[in-house]
Design a protein around this ligand. Structure first.
Ligand SMILES: [Zn+2]
Length: 248
């Protein structure tokens, strides 16, 4: 049999060179596409919902497993992020209401004009470019953890994988809650509630992820890293954008 994906000649059910299944060598049919979709999303051993459920129940099992080489056991971070973003887009088109705008934080040391511009940038990023904003976060969030938890020797890509799992799970949790909250109250959940939930889940995952350290060692370090992320979100990011790329 000759693999149609990489032209390698072999016997057996999987190509030893690129791991494509022999089943995939037949002609594309609707059945393949649908089976592949269900396998990716619902497969009970490693599908998306299995990964999501375990990221709630025992996040360290998924995250450490993936980092330590169980790359096929769970939905990998990139796929996880794409599916979570798709669920978010779908549910926002169904149950989200007109956004009320986001709270305004002003810094008395800065000029009025700069404050206004920071607010404008905050609004633009969160409401108009949520995906770009998500990517910025995923690239910045690992930085404080890289330095503060240096002794665990995780590299930046490993920490990005951790953050993607956290981020994707928070996105889905919020959509699940919005499905109950929004129709009942007639409005979206507040930014404060969403941020609170995200913070609680992130601390929970990090406490488990760094469980090799004692609890009294972990907690202050996680808090310091989270404070950095808070300052980055509330001040550093909007300030740099408003300062270097003012919006009119
Ligand atoms: Zn092949």
């Amino acid at each position: 049999m000759i693999c149609k994906n990489c032209d390698y000649e072999f016997n057996g059910n999987y190509c030893p060179s690129c791991s494509q299944s022999t089943k995939a060598n037949s002609r594309l049919t609707f059945k393949n596409i649908i089976a592949d979709f269900f396998d990716t999303v619902f497969n009970l051993d490693r599908g998306f919902f299995f990964t999501f459920w375990n990221l709630l129940k025992q996040p360290e099992f998924i995250i450490q497993g993936f980092i330590n080489g169980k790359r096929k056991r769970f939905t990998n971070p990139v796929k996880y992020l794409i599916i979570a973003t798709a669920i978010q887009a779908l549910s926002e088109s169904i149950i989200m209401f007109e956004e009320q705008g986001i709270p305004f934080t002003s810094f008395s040391l800065l000029s009025n004009e700069l404050n206004q511009n920071m607010h404008l940038w905050n609004q633009t990023l969160t409401l108009d470019y949520p995906i770009l904003f998500g990517i910025i976060n995923l690239l910045v969030w690992p930085i404080p953890f890289y330095f503060i938890f240096k002794k665990f020797k995780h590299n930046i890509p490993e920490l990005i994988a951790v953050m993607i799992y956290i981020y994707g799970t928070v996105v889905i949790l919020i959509e699940v809650m919005a499905f109950i909250h929004n129709p009942l109250t007639g409005k979206n959940m507040s930014i404060e509630l969403v941020s609170f939930m995200a913070t609680v889940y992130m601390i929970y995952v990090l406490l488990k992820f760094y469980r090799r350290g004692s609890i009294s060692w972990r907690i202050p370090r996680i808090i310091i890293a989270m404070i950095f992320l808070f300052v980055f979100r509330m001040f550093i990011l909007p300030f740099s954008l408003a300062y270097f790329f003012p919006l009119n």
